[in-house]
Design a protein. Structure first.
Length: 359
């Protein structure tokens, strides 16, 4: 193990002792906010230090086994112990390095998921609807909640654009690599000559701002317009100007919401989307600077980057960032995304480990 990594682990072990002492003191519960922070810190450190203690014990076992080699009666047992520990130590070291990797502070956040039809006209809109269904099914598997904030349906079905809020445990951690262009290859139902068409949709996954106040927005820099909500017709068309469009004048970022019949609720939802989009723009600007010096294996997060192809005639889904192809398109469109998401997460960890090794 590299000395720098060992030093980090030793510091964490020492810090755990400090935190335990502070939590055991009589004054610990006098400041409940500080008590919660210390408890959370302990919960994050303890698994790392426990695994490190196990690693040290295995190192001790190895030294003892090597010392036993000089004893002819114990040599065979010692060799078996040495072989076993030399296999276990590298695996433990890799696990410890993963635990030391910097955590994305947004991983535990809820998200705003935006799906927009791109090239391909009505076929693209139909695919946008299928992507929304795919993510909704995945959310059901994870026991997350999906709330539609805005939807612009197309005439033949699907959506030109749909924005939803997904809430639950570690939503952003699981879906953050889904941003980008998703391409579909198949024969549309309206195609009479059986030709395969290629269409595309854009997916954006944004960690939700905790509150509008998390992003500093000057009310004087907002233009708020109200208009009559569009609809499919009939009794559901709003008779009042309940839809709301909010424009952030300095950045030109726009958010609108029309799904509720209450102008007040639509305004609150639009402001939530606006705050999240502004925060997302700030994050992506920072990521663009970092990507200039180091390219991420799982993509830059650029919305125009083609990340995945869904080929229906061949029954395959290919993620181009990690060259992963799975021949289970039906299951994937039903929300079976774990194999793809897990592979992307592992690839990201490997890149982080490479960066850790360089430093």
């Amino acid at each position: 193990m590299k000395s720098a990594i060992r030093q980090k682990l030793e510091r964490l072990a020492f810090r755990l002792e400090e935190v335990d002492t502070l939590l055991a003191s009589k004054e610990a519960t006098q400041d409940m906010s500080a008590f919660r922070r210390l408890s959370l810190e302990r919960a994050e450190i303890e698994p790392v230090t426990r695994l490190y203690a196990h690693y040290l014990q295995i190192e001790t076992n190895l030294r003892q086994a090597e010392a036993m080699r000089s004893d002819s009666e114990m040599r065979e047992l010692a060799e078996e112990e040495i072989a076993a520990t030399k296999i276990e130590l590298p695996a433990l070291e890799l696990e410890l390095q993963k635990l030391l990797l910097p955590r994305d502070p947004d991983d535990a956040r809820d998200i705003l998921l935006e799906i927009r039809a791109g090239t391909g006209g009505d076929e693209s809109a139909l695919f946008a609807g299928e992507l929304f269904r795919m993510y909704s099914r995945y959310a059901e598997r994870q026991r997350w909640q999906v709330e539609t904030l805005s939807a612009n349906a197309s005439e033949l079905g699907g959506y030109r654009e749909i924005i939803c809020r997904v809430t639950g445990a570690n939503v952003y951690a699981r879906l953050k690599f889904e941003s980008g262009a998703h391409r579909v290859q198949r024969v549309p139902e309206t195609e009479t000559q059986g030709r395969i068409h290629t269409s595309a949709c854009t997916v954006a996954v944004m960690p939700e701002a905790d509150a509008v106040g998390e992003v500093q927005i000057n009310p004087a820099e907002l233009r708020i317009d109200t208009f009559r909500a569009a609809g499919a017709g009939g009794q559901h068309i709003n008779k009042t100007d309940s839809a709301v469009r909010v424009t952030h004048l300095p950045t030109g970022i726009v958010a609108e919401c029309q799904d509720s019949r209450s102008q007040h609720q639509n305004r609150a939802s639009a402001l939530r989307v606006l705050a999240t989009r502004i925060r997302d723009a700030q994050i992506r600007a920072q990521q663009a600077k970092e990507a200039a010096t180091r390219k991420s294996l799982v993509g830059s997060g650029d919305r125009s980057e083609r990340i995945r192809t869904y080929n229906f005639p061949q029954g395959r889904v290919t993620d181009h960032r990690i060259n992963l192809t799975l021949y289970k398109i039906t299951a994937i469109m039903e929300g079976d995304l774990d194999e793809i998401i897990n592979a992307l997460t592992v690839e990201h960890q490997m890149e982080q480990l490479a960066a850790l090794a360089e430093t």
